[in-house]
Design a binder for this molecule. Structure first.
Ligand code: FBP
Length: 565
């Protein structure tokens, strides 16, 4: 079936005579155009014939017995490494599906281009289908056949709009059946799920299910998320983190110069990162703000909201004594979730809102535990309202929507007024709030993300060509020149542990949180007192694609790889 007919047959939004890309390269800016034509280097093992060498049998990140029961067909699989060989893999014609899952991350288009180019070169005549709108596209069999012309305008460009993404999960038996039907209907040899921890868990469940049903469709995962919390030894970083952090760091650097220029504002910047604080930590290492709050440290020290407020206020008071009534403060999006007393308050509020009428007179508040009642009263009114109003479809507060930066400004203001009355503070305080989130998710990918993603895609193509399933595409040795990067796949089950939910074990890929004993946090901790008092601001400037700064990799990755002191 030709691509045009396929697109029409499936009622895609581009049900036109010909599947055309949504983008027009003809209207691109000069920078976009130059990126389109940027030739991506490949690790040397991908430039020549290769064979796959299997490693030793794998286990799991935790509870191996339970993971073995949940994945009887996949558990124990070895990792796979590509090594040079004299005899190339035999040419085959493959039908491969690809899906983008979850939040956008710069570089996703290049993963798809990598898969496509691999198949064009080593398995001529193969077909790549792009499922539209995330996993829902698989379940509804909504796809577009990708051609060279179709993918061209997306090469080295940010965003996920080539096929778009979604947050649906393939969970119920009916949904697994729908995925099976799509795989059979399209006669898929393989499926690549480009996503975060949840999506890769889902990819593994699909791989297990297809193998259990004796279907030929193999499933691979690919590590994506700007949050940087999907990583392990074999998968050193998730793509998109490098670009997003550099975009935020540029914006923070600009705000720092503004603060220094006017001398009258404290900028409170909340940074994306739903759970882990990697983005905040990396941006701190790139820009040297006066104060940085790391959620994992707050949790480890069991700090209260008052402790966090006092820490910020203390630094502001010290700076005022030195004549600085300005500064920059970084806060992770997930902070509120790390504070035990806030978690307790939220869970009590969830219960009350689910079962009780919230009367205007405030009688409902008596249902809160005394400590939670006290905390609720201590919070600024706007935050009280956000805690009461914002509920997701499961009845939970959407913590990411809570404007933590505004809450902190208001709490710091109150504390400073108190200290002023006590004669302990003589400065001036004006807070400015910012949230840097969506601005960083679709930028033009850095040279690192562009190349890393292309190699991840190429690796996925190679692994499917070799008949592998249940692996996550892995590219390593990233501190070395690109030529020396290693390429292979890691057993998804080796990343897994279980969580007990509704009396059953559920497989999960554990999020990699900021490690307080890790090199990035230790470096930050050794410098933060100096940054607090002395203004050591760095303005990294915009992402560079040429010149000496263009190939610099983020601090977190280099420190974790031991390639930076
Ligand atoms: P993924 O984990 O799916 O990569 O998404 C991460 C993220 O960008 C978070 O940093 C942020 O909290 C969230 O997505 C926002 O989600 P949405 O796009 O649904 O608003």
């Amino acid at each position: 079936m030709s691509s045009s007919v396929t697109a029409m047959a499936n009622g895609g939004s581009d049900a036109s005579a010909k599947a055309t890309p949504g983008r027009l390269a003809g209207v691109y800016s000069e920078v976009q155009t130059s990126r389109l034509n940027h030739i991506l280097p490949l690790p040397s093992v991908l430039k020549k014939p290769f064979q796959i060498v299997d490693g030793p049998p794998s286990s799991s990140a935790g509870h191996p017995d339970e993971i073995a029961k949940l994945f009887p067909n996949l558990f124990g699989q070895p990792s796979a490494l590509l090594v040079p060989s004299d005899s190339p893999l035999s040419e085959k014609i493959l039908k491969i599906g690809v899906v983008l899952s979850g939040g956008q991350a710069p570089g996703g288009h290049n993963v798809i281009c990598g898969i496509f180019d691999y198949l064009q070169e080593r398995a001529k005549g193969s077909i790549v289908y792009g499922f539209k709108g995330g996993p829902a596209g698989i379940m509804k069999c909504k796809y577009v056949e990708l051609t060279s012309e179709f993918i061209y305008p997306y090469r080295n460009q940010g965003g996920f709009d080539m096929i778009c993404s979604g947050r649906d999960k393939i969970e119920t038996p009916e949904q697994f059946k729908q995925a099976e039907d799509t795989a059979s209907k399209l006669d898929l040899d393989g499926l690549v799920v480009i996503g975060g921890d949840d999506s890769n868990t889902n990819a593994c469940l699909l791989a297990e299910n297809f193998r259990h049903k004796n279907m030929k469709t193999r499933v691979l995962g690919c590590p994506k998320t700007i949050d940087g919390d999907l990583k392990c030894k074999e998968v050193p970083t998730s793509f998109g983190f490098d670009t997003a952090c550099k975009i935020y760091a540029e914006m923070i650097g600009n705000v720092m110069t503004d603060a220094r220029s006017t001398g009258k504002y404290y900028h409170f910047v909340r940074l994306m990162g739903r759970a882990a604080s990697h983005i905040t930590l990396e941006c701190a290492l790139q820009t040297h703000p006066n104060i940085t709050i790391i959620g994992e440290e707050v949790a480890a020290k069991k700090q209260t909201l008052k402790n966090v407020t006092d820490y910020i206020t203390d630094v502001i008071c010290k700076r005022a004594e030195l004549g600085y009534n300005y500064g920059v403060i970084l806060v992770p999006e997930g902070l509120i979730d790390f504070i035990p007393e806030v978690q307790q308050l939220i869970s009590e509020l969830n219960e009350i809102l689910a079962h009780d009428v919230v009367d205007e007179g405030g009688l409902w508040k008596q249902k809160l535990q005394p400590q939670s009642q006290q905390l609720f009263d201590f919070l600024p009114q706007a935050i009280q309202e956000q805690l009461m109003l914002e509920r997701d479809p499961h009845g939970n507060v959407q913590v990411a929507k809570i404007e933590t930066e505004k809450m902190l400004i208001s709490m710091v203001e109150t504390e400073l007024e108190k200290r002023k009355e006590e004669g302990k503070y003589k400065g001036q305080f004006k807070g400015q709030s910012h949230f840097f989130g969506y601005e960083g998710r679709c930028g033009l990918p850095t040279n690192f993300d562009s190349t890393y993603c292309y190699a991840l895609g190429y690796a996925a193509g190679a692994l499917l060509h070799s008949g592998k399933t249940g692996l996550i595409s892995s590219v390593g040795n990233l501190a070395a020149p690109i030529d020396e990067w290693t390429v292979g796949g890691t057993a998804l089950t080796s990343l897994m542990d279980v969580e007990r939910r509704h009396g059953k074990f559920k497989p999960v890929i554990k999020k990699a949180m900021v490690e307080l004993e890790g090199a990035p946090f230790k470096k930050f901790a050794s410098l933060r007192d100096e940054w607090a008092i002395k203004n050591r601001y760095i303005s990294p400037g915009p992402i560079q694609f040429h010149g000496p700064a263009s190939n610099v990799i983020n601090h977190t990755l280099l420190l974790e790889l031991g390639a930076q002191a």
